[in-house]
Design a protein around this ligand. Structure first.
Ligand code: SF4
Length: 457
């Protein structure tokens, strides 16, 4: 893996200019909706400050709050499981399913189960898993991964969905009517809900004080799954914790506005204990989070509430598409989380950013996203993941920029080369110039001009 892997995948996405422009425009529309919703709410910045403070406080006492949460959840009748990594998470879920002789599972959107690759694992054991979030359902039928954490099928157009449903659900060929397609998905999924043996959901917030969890959806699919089945398994990364029920209103006001510009998600469902005759399990997962917590420069990325505002605003994400990130969580925050999981495999991702800082500006929990991306670049270059050419170029630049005389001479040589032989840098072998024009080089440097023109007033 080199620092160019993302850019190569992005080039492939950009081949279809019309689609990439549409992707860019669509996400910018969502970003603009977010701005309007945020501006309409008095005290928006105070809410962001409060959310950041609550999350920082929780991370600083995570051990205490996790124990409090576990004790309260157990007292409520919930079975709590701890998983150190993805493999343990998957095998715990499989053993719960086996104990209940469960062969068919409905699953609402959970990025954690994507991160742990739960679907292929369960399928390899003969368990049927159906994703019930509409976007996830579409990408599952296509055997793709979600390209966005809130809008999993945002890379697809109506015609793609029509083709997919025609192939798998036998809908009318080329019928792109949204109501028709949604009804087809609804009737297929309804049967799955009613015949499933167990339901898996994610968790948006886990409340230490009550031992309860909150799941936010716009489709009510988590509620249907969890209420229609005898076994409900909820999976959460341990960073989902908040200390008190009162804190929830801070996050609920921020989450949907930041995600889609809605005042609130259509369903914010509270699950505290199993219904009569039902089992409720909670799987609390580490999978690299403790490692991230131990790194002072990156620990605050665990404040993330997965709203995707940083995706929607990021000029690189919007133009390169989610699949170019080759990780379960794409976008700016994914580019911070992924190298922690596997530095070698994900060394390219912190470079997939202009460092413009727009992600940091919109983040509802005030994560310094662009600064962490920059910090990762420094770590990766030091660890030797920059690629030989880039490392050599950076070392040469460091020598030139730290020596004023050498800098002046290099500037003068560079200006001459650019004037006399522009083709030596502006050619097809140099990817940087593929879509850029070389500016006319000045005859002299600013320093020379200044020395010549300065007056001694
Ligand atoms: S980093 Fe911030 S903006 Fe990005 S998904 Fe997480 S909470 Fe949202």
């Amino acid at each position: 893996m080199t620092t160019e892997t993302h850019s190569k995948a992005a080039s492939a996405f950009l081949q279809d200019e019309e689609r990439s422009k549409w992707h860019d425009d669509t996400l910018w529309f969502v970003r603009a909706k977010r701005d309007k919703a945020a501006n309409k709410l008095p005290g928006w910045e105070a809410l962001r400050d409060a959310a950041a403070a609550i999350k920082e406080h929780t991370l600083s006492r995570l051990d205490e709050y996790l124990e409090e949460f576990e004790a309260n959840a157990i007292a409520n009748g919930v079975k709590v499981h701890w998983a150190n990594d993805a493999a343990e998470h998957n095998s715990i879920i499989y053993s719960i399913l086996q104990e209940n002789n469960a062969k068919r599972v409905v699953k609402s959107k959970s990025m954690l189960t994507e991160e742990c690759a739960l679907n292929p694992y369960l399928q390899s054991k003969g368990v049927e898993v159906v994703d019930t979030d509409l976007g996830e359902f579409i990408v599952q039928l296509r055997d793709e991964h979600p390209s966005h954490i809130v809008l999993p099928a945002i890379h697809l157009k109506k015609q793609d969905v029509s083709d997919t449903f025609h192939q798998h659900l036998h809908t009318e060929k080329n019928n792109k009517d949204e109501v028709y397609l949604t009804r087809a998905a609804r009737s297929f999924l309804r049967e799955k809900y009613l015949t499933a043996d167990a339901a898996i959901t994610g968790v948006n917030f886990a409340i230490a004080e009550t031992g309860g969890i909150v799941v936010c959806t716009n489709e009510g699919n988590a509620d249907f799954g969890a209420n229609a089945n005898k076994v409900h398994i909820a999976c959460m990364g341990f960073e989902k914790l908040i200390p008190k029920l009162d804190h929830l209103s801070v996050f609920l006001r921020l989450l949907a506005r930041s995600a889609t510009g809605q005042p609130i998600t259509t369903y914010s469902s509270h699950f505290r204990k199993p219904k009569q005759g039902q089992q409720m399990h909670l799987v609390i997962v580490n999978n690299g989070r403790a490692n991230q917590l131990s790194k002072p420069a990156f620990r605050n990325s665990l404040k993330c509430i997965r709203c995707a505002a940083c995706f929607n605003t990021c000029p690189v994400y919007r133009r390169s598409g989610g699949h170019s990130y080759h990780t379960s969580i794409a976008g700016p925050i994914g580019s911070i989380l992924a190298p922690n999981m596997d530095m070698r495999k994900n060394a390219d991702l912190p470079f997939a950013s202009t460092l413009c800082g727009s992600c940091t500006n919109v983040c509802p929990v005030k994560i310094n996203i662009h600064e962490q991306l920059y910090a990762w670049r420094q770590v990766l270059m030091k660890e030797g993941y920059g690629g030989a050419a880039k490392t050599a170029a950076m070392k040469s630049m460091s020598v030139v920029l730290s020596n004023p005389k050498l800098y002046r001479v290099s500037g003068s040589v560079g200006r001459s080369v650019m004037r006399l032989a522009p083709w030596s840098v502006n050619n097809k072998l140099n990817p940087w110039y593929k879509q850029r024009d070389l500016p006319e080089p000045p005859k002299q440097s600013f320093r020379d001009w200044y020395l010549k023109n300065k007056t001694n007033e």
